[in-house]
Design a binder for this molecule. Structure first.
Ligand code: F6R
Length: 609
């Protein structure tokens, strides 16, 4: 749950590493540090808090070098503090490392090292690696790393440098992402693609068990036995501007406004509404298999779980396949009944979420087909799944997911239609209609976003409230959950998402005249039902903020505020109704002066359990 970056070449490593860390700050931001080698001496700078603090310390105490590694941390073992900040070094200051992940057997290793007389300076699990490397280090850093890795268990992406071999960085990957950026006369390593894009588009995605030795001129990758491994260099087409704020105040706002494009990018080349055709090149499931699928399990965390919940309605209604949706951290510890007729769909923006990855691996052992819906090319989940539908959203930097959600719903909508076609369930006319509905969504979202200022006015009225209720039904019930999650995570306001019909079984007791209730009231099969639910809430004094179709003439009489959205078919409506909820959370967060893009206690990619 941290970001690591390394550089070796002729330029000033400190500047390059600092800029690289800036792009990785979304992965963790409770402390940061940089280590470089100058004249065969290690120099380390570390600071608590955000990267700007490290920037200040580097300004006060400048340094330049041609090799170095850096880290931006999200604490797992050991609270955020200077002594726990990476990079970590051994007592003799010979080797220095940055680490993303968790060393599971660090307690026993620490005890062993302490018995040998080794003193520990931090509370981290990482420090055991530095001491082990030093213990095994004779004159070859690579060999010392090999021996060390045979002792540790857990997940790790490591960058390792020695003052005695200042012409190389050793990079190691095991269950945590690590990419090598291939340059000319210089090379890089980083946890994620955006950090490298300013320097190179040629990248090597390390696989589990890889140990790479990078010098300015060469990259050699070996396995733990020392055998040379060949890894393909991939050319990444994301541009750097895609990863910048593009004039918006926050990444989250930029990402909300990007959604018409990211939805379109996700369906482009995959749907043909005029012909009534769906084509998902990456999904190679046999038609015979599809016809015999007994059930679908969707497994994910957080926002991705909510998009999975939306898709349950699509798989059941379009493809007529019984579908269950599970939280990955629950799924992985249950005795789930799966077999080769079960299609397991894992959904993950980052493709690195530890629980989702573990669920995927568990499902693999049961012989299921595994399909991933993922945003990050080359991520662990995308590599381990048998089929991958990429959401073409580009990097999502804001910690609160927005465009990832709509990208996932889009991909899952297409998948459900594809399965429905192959199972010969929908008529060509129905298929054309549903494809056309999706095709028109980007235009409709754009239209809404152009006039969305009034969401800000509503935010101003309610920003001081401490509790919110979000209500939805049917396919918009998961949107209510997502709306509540957004406001919780970026505004720190308590919010509950409920299936509106469930209100009278308890939560209705919460309602009084100070309780804002955001209700999604879209025309469709349960329209009348949810109208009754909001009337019940209103009768108890609740303040109703309805998200409703533009054409709804009645809703104004039944609610206190209405956010009108362009009308859509109910099956694509989550792509539309989630937008005002994202904006409402965003504006409230800004009004409350919260840290929108990097909310407290959160990190973008949860690579630990
Ligand atoms: C919420 C949010 C998280 C993620 C969750 C899963 O805004 O971003 O709830 O959705 O951590 O992450 P991925 O999709 O990367 O597996």
């Amino acid at each position: 749950m941290c970001g690591i970056f390394g550089y070796i070449g002729e330029k000033n490593a400190v500047d390059i590493i600092f800029k690289g860390l800036k792009k990785l700050e979304y992965r963790g931001y409770d402390s940061a540090g940089i280590a470089v080698v100058v004249d065969k001496e290690l120099h380390i700078r570390r600071s608590v808090g955000k990267l700007c603090n490290l920037g200040l310390s580097l300004k006060e105490n400048p340094i330049s070098a041609n090799i170095g590694i850096g880290h931006t941390r999200w604490a797992t073992h050991g609270r955020p503090s200077k002594k726990n900040a990476h990079p970590h070094t051994d007592s003799a200051k010979t080797v220095v490392i940055v680490h993303n992940g968790i060393i599971e057997n660090y307690v026993e290793l620490k005890a062993e090292l302490q018995k040998d007389g080794q003193e520990f300076k931090s509370e981290t699990d990482t420090e055991v690696i530095t001491h082990l490397i030093k213990k095994y280090y004779e004159d070859n850093l690579f060999c010392a790393v090999q021996k060390t890795l045979s002792r540790v268990r857990g997940s790790y992406a490591l960058g390792i440098v020695s003052k005695d071999e200042p012409d190389k960085i050793i990079c190691v990957r095991q269950d945590a992402p690590l990419i090598i950026g291939v340059g000319v006369g210089e090379n890089f390593m980083a946890s994620d693609i955006p950090a490298l894009l300013s320097y190179t588009r040629d990248m090597i995605f390390l696989e589990n068990g890889d140990i790479a030795e990078i010098t300015a001129e060469k990259i050699v990758i070996k396995n733990i036995k020392g055998d040379i491994i060949n890894r393909e260099i991939k050319n990444i087409r994301w541009d750097t501007v895609q990863a910048e704020k593009n004039g918006y105040k926050h990444f989250m706002l930029k990402e909300i406004f990007e959604q018409p494009r990211t939805i379109e990018d996700t369906f482009r080349g995959r749907i043909y509404p005029d012909e009534g055709r769906v084509y998902i090149e990456e999904v190679k499931l046999e038609k015979e298999y599809i016809k015999n699928i007994s059930n679908i399990y969707i497994v994910a965390c957080g926002t991705s779980y909510h998009s999975g919940l939306v898709s349950k309605f699509l798989f059941e209604s379009f493809a007529k396949i019984p579908t269950e949706v599970d939280i990955a951290s629950e799924f992985r510890y249950r005795d789930v009944i799966l077999d080769e007729k079960t299609l397991v769909v894992v959904v993950s923006q980052s493709g690195e979420t530890a629980d989702t990855l573990a669920a995927l691996r568990l499902a693999k052992t049961k012989g299921c087909q595994i399909l991933a819906v993922c945003n990050v090319v080359g991520s662990s989940i995308s590599r381990e799944a048998m089929h991958v539908i990429y959401t073409h959203c580009g990097p999502e930097i804001g910690v609160a997911s927005t465009k990832a959600f709509t990208g996932q719903v889009t991909a899952l909508y297409i998948l459900a239609l594809d399965l429905a076609c192959k199972r010969e369930i929908l008529t060509i006319g129905e298929l054309k209609k549903y494809l056309k509905e999706l095709w028109e969504i980007p235009l409709k979202i754009n239209k809404f976003l152009k006039n969305a200022k009034f969401v800000h006015d509503i935010a101003k009225v309610f920003a001081s409230k401490r509790d919110f209720l979000y209500l939805g039904r049917h396919i918009n019930y998961p949107v209510a959950l997502e709306g509540a999650l957004k406001i919780k995570e970026i505004s720190y306001i308590h919010a509950e998402g409920y299936a509106a019909g469930e209100m009278k079984h308890g939560p209705i007791a919460l309602i009084d005249k100070s309780m804002p209730i955001v209700a999604i009231v879209i025309k469709g099969r349960i329209y009348e039902k949810i109208i009754s639910n909001i009337e019940e809430a209103k009768a108890r004094g609740g303040i109703i903020i309805a998200v409703a179709d533009q054409s709804d003439k009645e809703i104004g009489n039944k609610s206190d505020y209405v956010i009108y959205v362009p009308e859509t078919d109910e099956f694509v409506s989550p792509l539309m109704t989630v937008i005002p909820l994202q904006l409402l959370a965003y504006y409230i967060s800004v009004i409350l002066s919260c840290d929108v893009d990097q909310p407290r206690n959160l990190a973008k990619s949860v690579t630990v359990e």
